[in-house]
Design a protein around this ligand. Structure first.
Ligand code: HEM
Length: 399
């Protein structure tokens, strides 16, 4: 017989309570110690905070579906679903097959020179400024440039694109507003009216919109547009958040920064550790259509289930001493920042390239980061990220 999950009042363990949002780690620790699955009635949500259980849910796509929405709220104004993330097999797999060849590590390698040049110019600009907001000058710039290289779409400005990408997730969280929904519609309208006509002859955007993907399998019309739109918007806020969180983490852990500067061979592993430590997506959601079970706890049909990626990435059963940033951590790569199983992040090879390229340039140019003011956390309830991060750079010798 399945057990029943403990019920906790939202005031006590609400994932959207200000304290849980601003200082999530003690909250995540408490959740994980309670039970593998916790029901919060005030929000009508089932929380899965442990690493092993999160993997279990993500792998069980038959019981925990994506097709009924992967965010807290099911979008009300956007009528078209995102073809990859909001579909289940077989439709999801069909679309993913059309896109996957463009996203293998090998395929993404063609962007390396461009991504590395972008990283170098961003770091040069930062060094020239000396004191700046690392979110605006570094974190948001990198994905803006990388996604233009990848997709062929040149946005009106890095800030506009960052705002559109931010609105994509914020519109579907409890405090989402009409303004967020309007911004998403604005992004989609701009994409069709201005983004697509100005794309160069050979780019991912044309491959999707003109050819229907690598195997021509994408349906003409909205399926193609929404596939491109979702890839484009998914690659901005996510990577920007990781990069801002990474610089912030190194300010707090100067020993790890010194170690990375002396051991550039650790950069790929440091990128994984930073993804674990500064996981941007707090959670992705699944829905049940029939009774499902996690570790003997029954979840009724029609439930909303939060797979708490950021909590899972601080699970001591998976990551000993989880609140310590350790760029030598051996299993850092088992983090769930990119999800797991069939919806695992399509863009992860590009995101990894952006993070490692930027770290490479920063380790060459920056001896130390210092705080130049208080970091301000974004009000986003979905993405754990900074809105501003004032820093002062002590340049490396010869930089
Ligand atoms: C560090 C940066 C990134 C993080 C942390 C991240 C995280 C994630 C996560 C957690 C998922 C799984 C969602 C789920 O299971 O429901 C996902 C899926 C996805 N991501 Fe990323 N992402 C990042 C960057 C990117 C980039 C750069 C792109 C595009 C170039 C991208 C495109 C996608 C797409 C299209 C999906 C849906 C895949 C599918 O459903 O098959 N992401 N991402």
């Amino acid at each position: 017989m399945a057990n029943v999950a403990p019920t906790i009042e939202p005031t006590e363990l609400d994932p959207y309570a200000p304290e849980a949002q601003l200082n999530p780690n003690p909250y995540y620790d408490r959740l994980r110690e309670l039970d593998p699955v916790i029901y919060v009635p005030g929000r009508d949500v089932w929380l899965v905070p442990g690493h092993a259980e999160a993997v279990q849910v993500l792998r069980n796509h038959a019981d925990f579906v994506s097709g009924d929405g992967v965010t807290f709220e099911v979008p009300s104004t956007r009528t078209e679903r995102y073809p990859l993330i909001e579909n289940d097999p077989p439709v999801h797999d069909h679309i993913r097959r059309s896109m996957q060849p463009s996203f293998t590590k090998r395929a993404i390698e063609v962007f390396r020179p461009g991504v590395e040049a972008a990283a170098a110019s961003i770091v040069q600009d930062a060094l020239a400024q000396g004191e700046f907001d690392a979110v605006k000058v570094v974190a948001q710039e990198m994905p803006d440039r990388a996604m233009t290289l990848l997709t062929g779409i040149t946005p009106p400005s890095a800030q506009t694109l960052a705002d559109w990408s931010d609105a994509t997730s914020r519109g579907e969280e409890p405090s989402g507003t009409e303004e967020h929904a309007t911004q998403v519609m604005e992004a989609l309208t701009w994409l069709v009216a201005e983004g697509l006509p100005n794309m160069p002859a050979h780019c991912l955007g044309r491959l999707i919109v003109d050819d229907g993907g690598n195997d021509g399998g994408l349906e003409e019309g909205s399926q193609r547009i929404m596939t491109l739109a979702s890839i484009w918007l998914a690659g901005i806020d996510s990577t920007g958040a990781v990069l801002g969180n990474a610089i912030n983490a190194f300010i707090d852990h100067p020993d790890q920064w010194d170690l990375l500067r002396s051991r550039p061979d650790l950069i790929p592993n440091a990128a994984e550790e930073l993804l674990r430590y500064g996981t941007p997506f707090r959670a992705f959601f699944r829905r049940t259509r029939a009774t499902a079970e996690v570790e003997g706890i029954e979840i009724p049909a029609g439930s909303r289930v939060a797979v708490m990626l950021a909590a899972a990435n601080r699970d001591p059963r998976q990551f000993p001493d989880p609140h310590r940033l350790d760029i030598t951590r051996e299993n850092a790569k088992t983090h769930l920042a990119f999800g797991n199983a069939l919806h695992v992040c399509l863009g992860s090879p590009l995101a990894r390239m952006e993070i490692t390229s930027l770290l490479t340039e920063l380790t060459r140019g920056v001896e130390r980061f210092e705080r130049a003011g208080d970091a301000i956390q974004s009000p986003s309830q979905t993405v754990h990220k900074l809105e501003t991060l004032p820093v002062r750079i002590v340049p490396a010798e010869g930089a």
